[in-house]
Structures are given as structure tokens and as C-alpha cells.
Design a protein around this ligand. Sequence first.
Ligand SMILES: Cc1cc2nc3c(=O)[nH]c(=O)nc-3n(C[C@H](O)[C@H](O)[C@H](O)COP(=O)(O)O)c2cc1C
Length: 391
Amino acid sequence: MSSFADFQNEIYLAGLAGAVPDLPMTAAGLAERAREVLDPKAFAYVAGSASAERTAAANESAFDRYRLVPRMWRGASGPGVRDLSVEVLGTRLAAPILTAPVGVLELLHERGETIVAEVTRELGVGMVLSTAASTPIEEVGKAAGSWWYQLYWPADDDLARSFVQRAAESGAQAIVVTADTPSLGWRPRDLELAHLPFLYGKGIANYLSDPVFRAKLAAPPEESEEALRMAVLTWVGLFGNHGLRPADIARLREWTELPIAVKGVLHPDDARQLVDAGADAVVVSNHGGRQVDGSIAALDALPAVVATVGDRADVLFDSGIRTGTDVMVALSLGAKAVFYGRPWAYGLGLAGADGVRHALRLLLADLDAAMGLSGCRGVADLSRAMLSSAR
Ligand SMILES: Cc1cc2nc3c(=O)[nH]c(=O)nc-3n(C[C@H](O)[C@H](O)[C@H](O)COP(=O)(O)O)c2cc1C
């Protein structure tokens, strides 16, 4: 049974002793505090989206078009009656939430990925580990509970296969292929600071620790600055794979028995082709608006994808989740679980493990409380019938 909503009792009780929380209690508050406190380059990298950032804004405002219709007197509000757990792609989670793959966490904390692994494990939610991590897969695998590996499929199948194999051997329970980032979107905030972390050797730990990648180098990257520079150049040439097509999922299927999800799907026909090719799930996402500005808000893309493939694949949702009721709306529209992105990244930068825990507990407590007050004992109670149009 879930007791995530107890977070509020804990805070009010501490208030009796004169304590108020160190960190803001909303996702927007965390972003604002991060803007004040973090290194400007780190903040720009996390906060930045593509171009005029209209899609990033639309991801959040799309939720305004839906309203929940709570059903009182169904006995769901008391302590110990709710169970928010789900099973997605064979992974059991205490709530329908996984941390989104966020790369280059060393910009925010030197133990970034390990902290996220530890905290998600402690709370019983999932973690999706980025290919662009600052910590090798094997190390994160040792600390993590339920986790999936996000694959940026490089322009070299041997390397892609090596990443997948390393993830499977380290305990990953699914592979999430990100489809929308064969190259980076136009991101003014990073451009203004002329800052791309990868060029400084950040966020490429999985490459530098990979035998297939290392075999391409004339000298080990640890040996000298020049050797690291050459490794970065090799990375530049390998990062994006512009040749991928839905049929390639069938090849990935041959490499691994793990469930395969494809992240970055917005069009129902793409979803259909990917599922036809063997994907077990699609993640409706526009990468937090970081790739194509002006693209459809992720939430607006969700219903058609669910209608097209929802009967034979799991549909997950990512981009714009800020509150517990956002999670309820996405699940009511047919998502099986959601990815939660920037808010915990700000938490990591502000207060390390305490900040990640805080950001996740905000979401979980809000979700748990709102579920109970809406008459929902578990995710099975969420459906279109819970929703009304706000217009
Ligand atoms: C700083 C940052 C780094 C990211 N790195 C990756 C990544 O390495 N792989 C990936 O698939 N998505 C990456 N994403 C996208 C997230 O997984 C997710 O789609 C996005 O954060 C959702 O938007 P939201 O955080 O605004 O809700 C990144 C996002 C941010 C903000």
C-alpha cells in the first residue's frame, strides 16, 4: 500500500518544531531556485530547449486542457487503502513513474547517476539511465533497483550492441531507444554560452569505458589531454545514427531478449511501424521540447498513439510532467507510466541525493493525495471517464 502522501504530515510535524523545508515545494520553485544557485552553464544545459522554447512551454500548458472529475465517497482517501504500483514491460514499480534519461549529470553532481540509482531504488520507482551518462553502466547497475537503459544508437552497430550487452549484464530490465536525437536541436541557451559538455569529455563515460569504442582509439583517453581530445573527436563521429529506420528495431530484437521501448514518438504511424518491427512499447515524447521547437505538445500526441497501438504495446508518456495530477491525466489518456525529467535534475544540482529525493517525493505525494481525494485506489481506476475538457 502506498503512503507517499505522508510526506505532508512529516512537513507539518517538523513545522511544529519551527522547521520549514529547505527546498521549494513545486517543480517551478525548484527551477527558479536552480536558476539562482546553479552554475549558469549547468542551468542552461538543463533548462534549455530548442529555439523559442514554445514546445517546452506547450508541454506544460497542454495539461491545462484537461480537468479531472473526482469521485468522492468511494473510500479511497484513507491511509493504507491505495496501491499505486504498476507493472510495465515486466518491471514492477511502486508508482507509475521512472526518472527520465538525463545525460551529463556531472554538471549537477559528481555522483549524479549513482545518486539517482540509489534514490529511485529507495522509493521504489524506476530509473532510465542515459547513454550520455557521466558514470559507466556497470557502476550504476550496482546501485540501482529497477532500471532501464536508454540507448543513443551510435553510427556503429558493434558499439550499439556492446552498450546493449553491457546494460543487460549490469541488470537493466529494458532498452529504451531514443529516436528523436540523431543530432542536437538548436538550443540558444547553450549557444549563448558556447557550451557543449561533450566536447569537454563530459557525458561520454559509457563510450570511454567501452571496449569497442576504445579499440578505435590510438591511445587510451586517460593517458593525456591529447588522447582525450582524440577520443572526443571519435565520439563526435559516432554519436548520431542518421540511417535508423523502424525496421532496425528488428535487428535490436536479435541482440537482446530485454523488452524494447522507443522514446520520442509523436505520430501514430511511426508508432505503428515501430510496433510492427518488434517494439514492445513506445514513449510519447518530444524530448522536453529540446529538439524541434513548434512541434506538437507531447500530451496532445498521446491519444492518437494510444488509439493506434495501445492494444498491442505499452504506451508511456514523457515531456511536461510537473505534478501528481499531470501523472493522473497522462494515465487517464492511456499511458502506462510516465518519465519525470527536469525537476529531479534541478533537485540533484541543488542538494544532491536530498534534492532528488525531495523532487520525487513531491510528485509521489501529490499523486497519492490526489488519487485518494479523486476516489482512485490504484491506476486501474484511471480512465477517460476521469477526465473532462477544460474548454
Ligand atoms: C539536461 C537534459 C539532458 C537530457 N538527456 C537525455 C538523454 O541523454 N537521453 C534521452 O533520451 N533524453 C534526454 N533528455 C530528455 C529527457 O529524457 C526527457 O525527454 C525530457 O526531460 C522531458 O521533458 P521535461 O523534463 O521538461 O518533462 C534530457 C533532458 C534534459 C533536460
